[in-house]
Design a protein around this ligand. Sequence first.
Ligand SMILES: Nc1ncnc2c1ncn2[C@@H]1O[C@H](COP(=O)(O)OP(=O)(O)OP(=O)(O)O)[C@@H](O)[C@H]1O
Length: 241
Amino acid sequence: MTRNIIEVSDLSVAYAHNPVIWHINLAVKANSRTAVVGPNGAGKSTLIKSIMNLNKPLSGKVEINGKKPKHALKNIAYVPQKGEVNWDFPTTVLDVVLMGRYVHKGWFKRMNKADVAAAMDALSTMKMEAFKDRQISELSGGQRQRVFLARAICHDADFYIMDEPLQGIDITTEKLIIDTIKALQAKGKSFLVVHHNLDTVEEYFDHVIILNKSVIAQGTIEEAWKKENIDKAYDDRSVTT
Ligand SMILES: Nc1ncnc2c1ncn2[C@@H]1O[C@H](COP(=O)(O)OP(=O)(O)OP(=O)(O)O)[C@@H](O)[C@H]1O
């Protein structure tokens, strides 16, 4: 049986004493493409942030490869939601992608030719090499997403966590991102991706977690992606608040 890369047990998280997700138990399989799906405000980003050790849970625990998140982060490439990034920060596309290398080198070591070659490879995978000297403030939304994926590829982590990487991008970029995810999965990488478009869940992912404050269903697409589970998550009346 495939091992779990993430195990979450009895996790509850609150903002200012207001619980937003509660009693979450879930597992993410190694080498899977797992979607996290649920309506606005369901707690998807909150769950991702708990896994990334970016918030303090009320109770429960997260383990990544059997370790506490803070000891496992080196092996995780995180692509945050677009809105959480300061795009006015004066930096070039190449420098953003090179940030993916600092995890391996430490912040005080200079980047060498091999690092730049790795960054250029990642940019070429995302068809963005022509933009390497461009300021990130001068990119379109879809181009920014490509650069962030290139940074994650340059990080060469085993596990990728992405918060809505397909939000607001055109179909060409969407296909490129999904094809890249599938190619990386074939090399043994694992993915946890917040995803909004219910029509493409089956095509893009092999596992799904359906969330609305608590876990409604999880498992392979075959096991969990069922009408009754989707209805339960998206029908507010069925959710206890
Ligand atoms: N920093 C915060 N402080 C207070 N409340 C917050 C904070 N972040 C999120 N919330 C609230 O927590 C709940 C869950 O938010 P979260 O962003 O995790 O949901 P989501 O499923 O990712 O939503 P969406 O699909 O709209 O991105 C929401 O009601 C939101 O208003």
